[in-house]
Design a protein around this ligand. Structure first.
Ligand SMILES: NC(=O)c1ccc[n+]([C@@H]2O[C@H](COP(=O)([O-])OP(=O)(O)OC[C@H]3O[C@@H](n4cnc5c(N)ncnc54)[C@H](OP(=O)(O)O)[C@@H]3O)[C@@H](O)[C@H]2O)c1
Length: 163
């Protein structure tokens, strides 16, 4: 199964200056729990925005650069989304973790969307989740978190499954 996982604001913003729009610690924990022991697929810029190679998860990184090199056995490089699809194995879960180019390429193939919906619009967002048609998806989960000392923003964990 192919899952897209993203934190989006109300205008589908996902990033700014090659960084996240905001850091929500509960979201980072959920990301870790969902992706642990599964392969994560990402664009080269998202890979470079990580603090490093994340433990316990193979990283598949998409780049056009033939001479791009990462010195880690956890990282496999690909040069097209099609090559990533060809490497997938039946019965396994794959998480598309961004950014915009990856979400665009894999949305038509996705079985589920794990979205953290931040109840805010960040006017300086420069990277966006693609438009998607809600009526093609069933919402199976929604957990609302209000603002508190740990969360500067109200947000909801939502899960949508393709009809
Ligand atoms: N809110 C969230 O959940 C979330 C999640 C992930 C990322 N983000 C944010 O999103 C931003 C980064 O996303 P982005 O869209 O700018 O970049 P990205 O998708 O992470 O990476 C783009 C790069 O991927 C490679 N690529 C893309 N399509 C390709 C193709 N068809 N064939 C070969 N290579 C291809 C290219 O690498 P080369 O240039 O090396 O060729 C391209 O420059 C950051 O701000 C990040 O923090 C947010």
């Amino acid at each position: 199964m192919i899952h897209l996982i993203a934190a989006v604001d109300r205008a589908r913003g996902i990033g700014r200056d090659n960084d996240l729009l905001c850091h929500i610690s509960a979201d980072l924990k959920r990301f870790k729990a969902l992706t642990m022991n599964h392969t994560m697929l990402m664009g080269r810029k998202t890979f470079e925005s990580l603090p490093g190679v994340l433990p316990g998860r193979p990283h598949w990184v998409l780049t056009h650069q033939a001479d791009y090199h990462v010195d880690s056995p956890a990282v496999t490089l690909f040069h097209s989304p099609e090559a990533m699809c060809a490497a997938m194995k039946e019965g396994e879960d794959y998480f598309i973790i961004g950014g915009a180019a990856m979400y665009r390429a894999f949305l038509p193939l996705a079985d589920s969307l794990y979205l953290t919906e931040i109840d805010e619009v960040f006017p300086d967002a420069d990277t966006f989740f693609p438009e998607w048609k809600r009526d093609e998806w069933t919402e199976t989960e929604r957990e609302v978190h209000d603002k508190n000392n740990n969360n500067k923003y109200k947000f909801a964990f939502a899960h949508y499954v393709k009809k």
